[in-house]
Design a protein around this ligand. Structure first.
Ligand code: DX5
Ligand code: ZN
Length: 219
């Protein structure tokens, strides 16, 4: 398992009236990745943005663009998400009829391939595509909205994913409800990429918020 701690602010919680400034601000504040939540109003009730916005943000940061597709038909626009500047493209297992093919396609496009699991989705099945995977995103809230509470039972799931991947160079990412108060147990369970929206884009100092999550995870 890859062991470096990664803090990935989700711009879902940014100020959409000045989203470019917020991307630059979290980059400067110490974000490792920029997490981009794409929602289609179908796989999840909410709607956010697509490739044009990602493309517009791309020149503003050199950080890894971590694109999380909460969409029903991810295959339709994979090339556009890659061309827009995504470094990682994560699809939901629940949305993929042919997950093996989708993951291979993402890698062929030159991106790292991720799979996300909703809270109720078992990890069984992923064992057959581990050689196609760079990242497993464990949803720690039900996808669709920021600002929800972390689901504690997902800690066992993260630990089960960790046991399943063994020595493979696969990053475990946890997404939803992550704060400085729970980052330590999320990290201890095995997650190494921590997505945080509300806990980063609050108050007056994004740097302090990121530092607090990082310090808590490392403690
Ligand atoms: C949920 C998204 C998340 C989430 C993070 O559907 O995938 O990235 O909004 O935001 P917080 O940290 O506010 O839960
Ligand atoms: Zn996300």
């Amino acid at each position: 398992m890859t062991d470096t701690l990664i803090i990935a602010p989700s711009i879902l919680a940014a100020d959409f009236s000045r989203i470019g400034d917020d991307v630059k601000a979290v980059d400067t504040a110490g974000a490792d990745w920029i997490h981009l939540d794409v929602m289609d109003g179908h796989f999840v009730p909410n709607l956010t943005f697509g490739p044009p916005l990602i493309k517009a943000l791309r020149p503003l940061s050199q950080k890894t663009f971590d694109t999380h597709l909460m969409v029903s038909n991810p295959d339709l626009l994979l090339a556009e998400y890659a061309t827009a500047g995504s470094d990682i493209i994560t699809v939901h297992a629940e949305a993929c009829q042919h997950l093996d093919r989708t993951l291979s396609h993402i890698r062929e496009l030159g991106c790292k391939a991720g799979v996300s699991l909703n809270p109720h989705t078992p990890i069984d099945g992923l064992q057959h595509v581990l050689d196609r995977l760079d990242l497993i995103l464990v949803m720690t809230v039900n996808p669709g909205f920021g600002g929800q509470s972390f689901i504690d039972t997902m800690l066992d799931k993260i630990a089960a994913v960790k046991a399943m991947i063994g020595d493979r160079p696969i990053i475990i990412e946890a997404d939803g409800g992550i704060t400085a108060n729970n980052a330590a147990k999320v990290f201890a369970a095995g997650a190494r990429a921590l997505v945080a929206g509300s806990a980063v884009f609050k108050g007056t100092s994004y740097a302090e918020n990121i530092t607090a999550i990082r310090a808590a995870a490392a403690s």
